[in-house]
Ligand binder design. Structure first.
Ligand code: RB5
Length: 142
């Protein structure tokens, strides 16, 4: 389960972040937007770091990161040892990222996904639990 969702993006993910934020607010899901706040170019590693710091020492917090493709910001986030960031382009990937990998951060590409699919991916990520068992051993080896 989660008790708070942090959102963060660069300019390439800004528009999709706003759409996902709107969905979370409408659904009464507690969320905090860490920026960016416009289409003005910024550096995605800075936004990966901001969000990663919020998730330190709290396994009930989750995050959603966005950049143009989702690639750069997921690379940056995964440099932090407590982050398991999953770049997902399908509902199936979102489901497995939770069930098998216990991902605590979902990553979406704002220039890759259409809004409807992105929201389906977010819902799946937030509503799917880690299966633990044999997957715990593997996750612990990361
Ligand atoms: C920014 O133009 C773009 O490079 C960035 O959003 C992302 O796609 C990087 O991986």
């Amino acid at each position: 389960m989660y008790n708070k969702i942090f959102l963060s993006s660069d300019h390439g993910g800004f528009k999709l972040k706003e759409i996902v934020k709107g969905y979370l607010i409408k659904s009464f899901i507690d969320c905090e937007d860490l920026g960016c706040n416009s289409l003005e170019p910024v550096d995605y590693p800075d936004y990966a770091k901001l969000l990663s710091e919020k998730l330190k020492n709290n396994d009930k917090f989750k995050g959603v990161l966005f950049c143009g493709t989702g690639i750069g910001i997921s690379m940056a986030a995964n440099r932090f040892s407590h982050i398991r960031a999953a770049l997902c382009t399908s509902v199936e990937m979102a489901s497995k990222s939770r069930k098998h990998n216990n991902a605590n951060v979902l990553v979406l590409g704002g220039r890759i996904l259409d809004d409807k699919l992105a929201l389906e991916i977010v819902k799946e990520f937030l509503h799917t639990e880690f299966e633990a068992g044999r997957h715990s051993l593997r996750v612990d080896k990361i």
